[in-house]
Design a protein around this ligand. Structure first.
Ligand code: ADE
Length: 225
């Protein structure tokens, strides 16, 4: 998979993909992430990419031309399966969306700033609008990092243990069960006996029941879906 990201703050997006699973995905050649400074497509020598909003009001709006020119130039190099705009008024990111995006080949992500991007870019070019939650960030960069991470770890071959993404929280609309490691007894609190029984059928059943209980307690909305 190849992901291009358009941003005015490329520095915010250098480090997130240089560690752990995202690094492994890139080292294995399963994922490439390229961050592009939107100001390359600025309308003037001052690097302008935003302007005052029509109708008045505080806050700048990201202009059409730099975004349109950037999208058109990048689209010549790659046929994008989705052009994604990260925005608080987009559809809320969940595991289902991450799963489905992980099946694509080429994605372009646009990070908004200030009051956001001109509506006409959303209408003309953007094919999917994603929010990472009901709160407002200073810009779309951290949201793009979250989205790339949630997708990248699902690419076949990225996770060492091929089954581990399948047992994540949300994969069956269930939260993951509790996990334990050594020691068996930590300050008087013991690891549940079943986990040391060696009986894998029993362990699977216990984990499933714990998942269901945890989901009922913490996220009953998931069970209604
Ligand atoms: N940009 C600002 N806030 C955001 C959010 N919650 N999700 C996605 N992009 C954003």
């Amino acid at each position: 998979m190849h992901i291009d990201i358009l941003t005015v703050l490329p520095d915010l997006l250098t480090s997130p993909f240089e560690h752990s699973i995202m690094k492994r995905a890139q080292d294995k050649g399963l994922l490439t992430v390229k961050v592009h400074q939107l100001r390359q497509w600025a309308v003037n020598e001052y690097g302008q990419i935003d302007d005052y909003q029509y109708g008045g009001g505080a806050g700048m709006v990201m202009m059409c031309e730099p975004l349109a020119n950037a999208i058109e130039q990048l689209s010549k190099e790659r046929a994008y399966d989705e052009i994604i705009y990260l925005t608080p008024d987009g559809e809320r990111l969940n595991q289902k969306t991450a799963n489905s995006l992980s099946l694509k080949n080429n994605l372009l992500m646009i990070c908004g700033h200030y009051k956001g991007i001109d509506e006409r870019i959303r209408q003309q070019y953007v094919t999917k609008e994603i929010s990472i939650g009901d709160y407002v960030l200073s810009g779309g960069e951290l949201a793009a990092a979250v989205l790339v991470d949630s997708i990248g770890r699902l690419l076949p071959g990225v996770l060492g243990d091929e089954t581990s993404a399948l047992t994540d929280s949300f994969q069956d609309n269930l939260l993951a069960p509790p996990v334990y490691t050594r020691p068996v007894d930590f300050r008087g609190i013991k690891v549940p006996d079943v986990l040391m029984s060696g009986d894998h059928k029993k362990i699977d059943t216990w984990r499933y029941e714990q998942s269901v209980q945890r989901t009922k307690d913490r996220r009953p909305d998931l069970l209604e879906e």
